[in-house]
Design a protein around this ligand. Structure first.
Ligand code: FAD
Length: 365
């Protein structure tokens, strides 16, 4: 029987689940608080070129992920190997602490930016007006007209690429109603907050108690552009490598954006702070964080020049530190489920696997 299903979150897990459920013939509506699909596979566009401010690359170990990347029309033109293979580890002064080894699995990126993959995969939802952007879901409630169904309360009127069965604008927000089933495909802490705000019937799932055991850490990310380094007579500027991990107390990862496919030639670097440092400095001012990360970057790369452009992004929930340990949560009786990377890991591929696994469980007779 055709079901009406709401998915909260248009990251990899939500979009993977949505595509599977749509393929099985269900009416799926996806609600996303930001301006488009992608989630932590995010791309920041700037006048100097784009930055992958979230996921840097992904691996493809799961056969179902490999199949989707191969078989969804148009995907092969978007997903490309990133040739900056062999990630070295630097010590606090930029010296090689651990030499680059050939990676166990190839690293892939989407082009022209990391968000291109999910923008492409979400295209059928956009075409059929099933993706509702700028729509923050505040709570899940028992449907006011049909108590056996669910309704979602959204923060504000959506800038929608779609429509829902009944949108009632009230002072308390917009109601999207008539759902047989609801999936939360958002980071663990946000899922727990949303569930806590939801009606008592939702709490019968005991999802909150399970989610509270999951830990996710933050990540301060700094994006920098050095157009002065892209002059044709300058052969090589800065380090001779394109990406590195580091044991510097502030910085965990650095990568040269311009080394990725279809990113343009302007020299650009993305720097990601370590979880510990990000946690310690989570509420610091942008100026302070930027100054500290710029100093760390200079220590690691020898690039002391002032960037022409720099921008910070604070990920409050970036990386799973301790996962749930099961691919998804599903309560068939209530028609409620959760998916997302944090169920099993901290990678793009984990999010895909979690989303697919939940959707397949929901399709069981
Ligand atoms: C800095 C950083 C670096 C990373 N590096 C890598 C890497 O190199 N390789 C790798 O494989 N992985 C990496 N990751 C992890 C990878 O990005 C994630 O594992 C994956 O993207 C998670 O997908 P998801 O669908 O589970 O969640 P998300 O991508 O977080 O998607 C959740 C979506 O839900 C939306 N949302 C949240 N709350 C609401 C609400 N109330 N209403 C509506 N919408 C809501 C959000 O806006 C978001 O779009 C990195 C992540 C970060 C932040």
């Amino acid at each position: 029987m055709k079901k009406r299903i709401a998915i909260i979150g248009a990251g990899m897990a939500g979009i993977a689940a949505a595509r599977t459920l749509i393929k099985a013939g269900h009416d799926v509506q996806v609600f996303e608080k930001s301006a488009g699909p992608g989630g932590r596979m995010a791309t920041q566009n700037t006048p100097f070129g784009s930055f992958d401010k979230g996921a840097q690359y992904f691996t493809v170990r799961d056969a179902r992920f490999a199949k989707a990347l191969k078989e969804v029309p148009g995907t092969q033109a978007i997903v490309k190997p990133w040739s900056a293979t062999g990630v070295r580890v630097l010590d606090a002064h930029g010296a090689v602490f651990e030499a680059a080894k050939p990676p166990k699995d190839p690293h892939f990126v989407a082009q022209p930016g990391m968000n291109a993959l999910l923008m492409h995969w979400a295209q059928p939802l956009v075409a059929h007006q099933q993706l509702h952007i700028h729509t923050t879901i505040e709570s899940i409630e028992v449907d006011a007209i049909h108590p056996s169904l669910w309704q979602l309360r959204a923060q504000s009127a959506p800038t929608t690429t779609g429509h829902t069965q009944s949108n009632n604008l009230s002072q308390e927000g917009v109601i999207h109603s008539g759902f047989d089933q609801v999936i939360l495909a958002i980071p663990s802490a946000q899922a727990a907050q949303l569930l806590r705000r939801s009606s008592a019937k939702v709490h019968k799932t005991h999802f909150i108690q399970a989610i509270d055991k999951v830990e996710m850490g933050p990540c301060w990310t700094l994006m920098m552009a050095y157009p002065q380094a892209s002059q044709p007579n300058l052969n090589r500027w800065g380090p001779q490598w394109n990406c590195a991990r580091s044991i510097h107390h502030r910085i965990a990862w650095l990568s040269r954006e311009s080394s990725k496919p279809a990113r343009g030639g302007i020299e650009r670097w993305t720097v990601q702070a370590s979880t510990e440092w990000s946690l310690e400095h989570l509420e610091d001012s942008d100026e302070r964080v930027k100054a500290k990360l710029l100093k760390g970057f200079a220590e690691l790369t020898g690039i002391y020049a002032e960037p022409s452009f720099s921008q910070l992004h604070r990920w409050r929930y970036a990386k799973t530190l301790s996962p749930l340990g099961q691919s998804y949560q599903w309560n068939a009786k209530l028609g409620l489920g959760t998916c997302g990377d944090w169920h099993i890991g901290h990678r793009v591929e984990d999010a895909f696997v979690s989303g697919i696994a939940l959707a397949l469980e929901m399709l069981k007779p």
